[in-house]
Design a protein around this ligand. Structure first.
Ligand code: UDP
Ligand code: MN
Length: 523
């Protein structure tokens, strides 16, 4: 199929290139069979000519452009997987990609004796070309002795080509690929648990089913685990465009965090982490959380640290659960900046969540909050009304795990691993919507009450932690919130203020009295 599309493009370009193409094809297949030590002096020159003048769709990670008259069809196909399936199907399963690593990474050397890995890929109704490109890129760009096997876990997919056809295809590959099938839809978490339990490698590497591994991706991950078996490591996750399949390098200057709603988010790597690495960007970044799709972990450590919470359904929350657990229980979570793997980020999920998306995610998040976040779970609960009514089933075994591993409290995590968290480590009060923090901000998530004008309304702006217009002094006797900069008090909204709280001269009247709940300093 792929060859067919490729040739069609070639033919429409020029016949000469067909000949070059055929020649190259023969040359490559010849090369695959030989011992790779032969001097293919003609090859680089030919490749260079090819790349300048004629290239198949998507080569070198380029964007695929769909002709106008195919765009209706493209839009239809998009709906199946929530990415441009037509573009993906046009791209070679072993397409070339740019080397996006930092220069310092390209010259790094690694020990000869690295642990080997099993790759676990779970999928539910994945497209053929993206799944196979994940597998081919992993095989082609991993040293053979380091990649022991690939385990595919089919989470009850309903597509024919993922059955016999897939089995036949993977049987031809040079790395052993096993396919496990879930009897019923179980979700990413339980499917990964099934795959992990069947692995034999020293390290387990989890990948999503729509990834592309780039040159040198594996060695730095394994080398870091060899150095410290309790290091759980993620590559930099590059972006494969869901619209064009263009390959775009991810940044080594962002790391994982989360907000009050427990959504995973990328944030800039703070200065303290740059300082710890003495400015060497090729060293691993200690990250508070991980995105979850792609990481490597020592297989016995995965067991020791409590694998995944099997009480979580389908998808969501498991990445933060694992992140908190690793840090709180003595491990470390790192982004290995010399390792790059691409992932198709999509804007919507193509599959349904049995039981409803919100229900499932809320349940998973509640399990994570109840087990790991101690009193800080309240930040999640106040910003997600209704979540406290969601049944999260029994978490006693996860709490027992936390006990037996003697894990540290969440306050330790915030203090030592994630001091720049959106959740204030120290706060005086947590009310219906806002918290009153030890920095004297009135804050919800990453937004702070900010007043810049005398007698003016207040607004919510991004917290800057510089006090100034965002500092309010609470007077526990008069119950007033004094805006220090303007020396005015926060006043209740009235009709003419369009229901926005406003600064007014302090008068002691009722509308300037604010009762802060649970007014204590939490440490
Ligand atoms: N997945 C699965 N079962 C599910 C949901 C997801 O096996 O019920 C797989 C999915 O095919 C993918 C991985 O889990 O390989 C992660 O899901 P997805 O890519 O949708 O998550 P995202 O990357 O958007 O976070
Ligand atoms: Mn994904």
């Amino acid at each position: 199929m792929r060859r067919f599309v490729y040739c069609k493009v070639v033919l429409t370009t020029s016949l000469v290139w067909v000949l070059v193409d055929v020649f190259l094809l023969l040359y490559f297949s010849e090369c695959n069979k030989c011992d790779n030590k032969k001097d293919h002096s003609l090859l680089p020159a030919l490749r260079a000519v090819m790349s300048r003048t004629h290239v198949a769709p998507g080569e070198m990670g380029k964007a695929v452009v769909i002709p106008k008259d195919e765009q209706e069809k493209m839009k239809e196909l998009f709906k199946i997987n929530q990415f441009n399936l037509m573009a993906s199907d046009m791209i070679a399963l072993n397409r070339s990609l740019p080397d996006v690593r930092l220069d310092g990474c390209k010259t790094k050397t690694y020990p000869d004796e690295l642990p080997n890995t099993s790759i676990v890929i779970v999928f539910h109704n994945e497209a053929w070309s993206t799944l196979l490109r994940t597998i081919h890129s992993a095989i082609n760009r991993s040293p053979r002795h380091l990649l022991l096997e690939i385990l595919l876990v089919d989470d009850a997919s309903e597509r024919d080509f993922l059955k016999k056809k897939l089995e036949h295809h993977v049987a031809t590959l040079e790395v052993p690929v096993r396919i496990l099938r879930m009897v019923q839809r179980s979700g990413l978490i339980r499917a990964r648990l099934r795959g992990a339990a069947a692995t034999r490698g020293q390290v387990i590497t989890f990948l999503d089913a729509h990834c592309e591994c780039t040159v040198g991706w594996l060695e730095p991950l394994l080398a870091r685990i060899k150095e410290d078996r309790r290091a759980v490591v993620c590559p930099i996750i590059d972006v494969i465009s869901d619209e064009t399949f263009e390959y775009m390098a991810g940044s080594d200057m962002t790391y994982g965090g989360f907000n009050w709603k427990l959504n995973f988010r990328w944030y800039p790597v703070p200065q303290r982490e740059m300082d710890r690495r003495k400015g060497d960007r090729t060293l691993p970044v200690r990250t508070p959380t991980m995105a979850g799709g792609l990481f490597s972990i020592d297989r016995t450590y995965f067991e020791e640290i409590g694998t995944y919470d099997s009480g979580m359904d389908i998808w969501g929350g498991e990445n933060l659960e694992m992140s908190f657990r690793i840090w709180q229980c003595g491990g470390s979570l790192e982004i290995v900046t010399c390792s790059h793997v691409g992932h198709v980020f999509r804007k919507a999920t193509p599959y349904s969540f049995p039981g409803g998306t919100g229900q499932v995610i809320n349940k998973n998040n509640r399990r994570l909050a109840e087990v790991w976040m101690d009193e800080f779970k309240d930040f999640f609960y106040i910003i997600s009304p209704g979540v406290v009514r969601v049944d999260y089933a029994d978490v006693s075994s996860r709490k027992a795990l936390r006990e037996s591993l003697k894990c540290k409290p969440f306050s330790w995590y915030l203090e030592n691993i994630y001091p720049d968290s959106q959740i204030p480590r120290r706060y005086y009060s947590l009310g219906e919507v806002f918290s009153y923090t030890a920095d004297k901000e009135i804050r919800t998530d990453d937004l702070c009450l900010d007043a810049s004008r005398l007698n003016g309304p207040v607004v919510m702006l991004k917290c800057h932690h510089m006090k100034g217009n965002q500092m309010f002094e609470y007077d526990a006797e008069r119950l007033t919130l004094l805006h220090v900069n303007s020396n005015q008090c926060l006043d209740m909204p009235s009709e003419e203020d369009k229901m926005v709280p406003t600064l007014r001269d302090c008068s002691g009247r009722r509308s300037q009295q604010w009762i802060l709940r649970n007014m204590t300093l939490s440490v």
